[in-house]
Design a protein around this ligand. Structure first.
Ligand code: UDP
Length: 337
């Protein structure tokens, strides 16, 4: 069975959905600190999914997990992933993302499980020296979140040399959208990400949307990012795992679309898709944000035979449908506090 750490979270849960729709048996391991039991229950309703609540920082939880299930490989999502929070609380990021991953890798080695797909990030590149960014770009990360992921990439190289652990590191750019049938979606508390925040302001007009910085050195002064649809991203994980099974080779791939959109362009696209004026204000920059990040995805296209299929507009649409679903669910209205 395939272990998915962080499978109750946003990207992890969409990957689980893709895996079960492709007949995998999946074991979710999640501490539910950011993930949701409702998401797990939905996934259990759709396929062959088991769930164990546990924490990567607790070696005993991992030991019990690997003793209880026959695990063939791992897709490792579980991590804290907010740039600004990482600047304020580096210890939280280093302990969970680095120490927690070492626990996972050591338990894998102990149980002779030697294949892992890892959620890395474009934040490992830091301020780009050129765009689009390819996998050979220097990794001079500028925040603790990026650093925590970069360190794990190096650790995986060392474990490959020492123990023949084979890893595929997927460096995500920005992720957006939801399951098209609106069974699961992006559900962060509090929400910090661009598209859900714009949508929240569209649904609840008393909540002005804030643009963090309009004085960057970009075409309209706002940050440029590359927004890949979460279902396309989920598909890439399955392809990466299948590549690992076939080739047994450590690799790294960027996952984005190859197109950069500014915050203002994303905002305008939301107004257009939702056919609505959304209240907006320009605020000062958020710490840790590079001006411009977008991907060169030639390598993933060529080697994984992966192609992102969905547009920014489609991501906005499913994100909106999901947000509306949560908003109209009274039990979840607390999300808007
Ligand atoms: N952003 C913004 N307002 C928000 C949330 C995000 O202006 O309410 C900007 C943020 O400064 C960054 C871009 O949108 O330039 C994408 O941010 P997000 O948090 O979605 O992803 P990140 O790039 O941090 O992974």
């Amino acid at each position: 069975m395939l272990l998915v750490t962080g499978g109750a979270g946003y990207i992890g849960s969409h990957a689980v959905l893709n895996l079960i729709e492709n007949n995998y048996n999946v074991l979710i391991f999640d501490n539910l600190e950011n993930g949701h039991i409702e998401t797990v229950n939905t996934l259990i309703g759709f396929g062959n999914v088991k769930f164990v609540k546990g924490d990567l920082r607790n070696l005993e939880d991992l030991e019990n997990l690997f003793n209880s299930y026959n695990i063939d490989g791992v897709i490792h999502f579980a991590a804290f992933a907010l740039v600004e929070e990482s600047v304020k609380k580096p210890s939280k990021y280093y302990i969970n993302n680095i120490y927690g991953t070492i626990n996972l890798l050591d338990t894998m080695i102990k149980h002779n499980v030697k294949k892992i797909v890892f959620s890395s990030t474009c934040a490992t590149y830091g301020e780009p020296k050129y765009t689009p960014i390819d996998e050979n770009h220097t990794q001079n990360t500028i925040n603790p979140y990026g650093y925590s992921k970069l360190v794990v990439e190096h650790i995986m190289d060392d474990y490959d040399k020492a123990y023949e652990l084979k890893s595929i590191r997927l460096r995500y750019f920005n992720v957006a959208g939801s399951d098209e049938k609106i069974r699961i979606g992006e559900w962060h508390e509090p929400e910090t990400h661009l598209i859900p925040n714009i949508i929240k302001s569209a649904i609840n007009e008393s909540k002005t949307f804030n643009i963090f910085g309009a004085d960057y050195d970009t075409k309209d002064g706002t940050c440029i990012r590359d927004y890949v649809n979460v279902l396309d991203l989920a598909e890439a994980h399955r392809l990466a795992y299948e590549y690992l099974l076939k080739e047994n080779q450590t690799e790294v791939f960027n996952l984005g679309t190859g197109n950069g959109y500014s915050v203002k362009e994303v905002f305008n696209a939301c107004e257009k898709v939702l056919n609505k004026k959304i209240p907006v204000e320009i605020k000062s920059r958020r710490s840790g944000d590079p001006a411009k990040l977008y991907a060169d995805i030639t390598k993933a296209k060529k080697i994984l035979k992966w192609e992102p299929k969905r547009t920014l507009e489609e991501s906005i649409k499913t994100a909106y449908l999901w947000e509306n679903y949560i908003f109209s669910n009274t039990a979840s209205n607390m999300l808007y506090k």
